[in-house]
Design a protein around this ligand. Sequence first.
Ligand code: KG4
Ligand code: ZN
Length: 329
Amino acid sequence: MKPQIILGIETSCDETAASVVRNGQEILSHVVASSVDIHEQYGGVFPELACRRHMEVILPVVQKALVMPVDAIAVTKGPGLIGALLIGVQFAKGLSIAWDLPLIGVNHVEAHLYAAFMDKDPKSWQFPSLGVVVSGGHTFLVKINAIGSYELLATTIDDAIGEAFDKVATLIGLSYPGGPKLEILAREGDPKKFPFQAGKVKKDPLNFSFSGLKTAFLYALKGQEIDLQMKKDLAASFQEVAFQDVVHKALLASKTFDCQAIYLGGGVSCNVRLQEIFKEKFHHLPVHFPSSLLSSDNAAMIAGLGYHQLLYKEKDSLSLAVETRIPLQ
Ligand code: KG4
Ligand code: ZN
């Protein structure tokens, strides 16, 4: 088969991104325009303002990424903010009609996992493996049977881990997104200073809950004189407990099947302490992270996964709908 060159488009949240990828792996262009500067002052993503920025920049972003003619168009169909998703999907539909090219709707979260496979030789991919998604919108564990075939093992019953990082970060005066800033503070903090505990979900011990940990963080601040060292200790203690919880549950989940490797994805997966903990606790299995270019929201992962869908799944049509919540299937 001739090489397949795919244009990916991503607009699910606060990044407008486009990328051209050959055969699901070779990144030929990679353009990301973030609207984080607008949201900083609000402590989280302001959907209406994210949409307005998508509208302004989608055309120049796609034009910049289009370094050569393409064979198909892949676009994030969900999960995400409804207005933001609609802008990318409608734009992709327009291009698909104008150029008479196949349209591929991609699940954003599945693409986050694919990012950890993307820069590795497909012959080295190992299945079944454990997928660990740690992002601003999602936290879950899945058994990966193959690219495109998943079984959900655990999810969060309240906040996603990135969301919890961002929320506690605002409590100590860090602007959105607080996750990366919290990681920097945590480097000089004492992770044992505050005896936080991870959330337990009685009915399903593999599931996550971060709301109690967030509340404990809030109470630790009450009536205290908060200096820089205290912020560092809070950041380190919170981060350590959250990550030890994720790795502990990932270990338990990996024992429920013949797990060959671990693949992580999502914005939080670039955290150096998280990577250390996973490598330490999973010394018996290969652990793969996305490259730093591919851990946060981008369109290369959308184009990359879109290639596999083009080969193995039915094509989407112009009736492709956005979905704010979609399971992995
Ligand atoms: O995957 P992503 O770009 O967006 C979603 O699909 O949700 O993840 C963004 C999230 C934000 O919550 C951000 O604070 C968090 O990832 N994040 C981090 C780090 N870098 C990004 N959290 C902890 N440590 C980091 N280094
Ligand atoms: Zn994402």
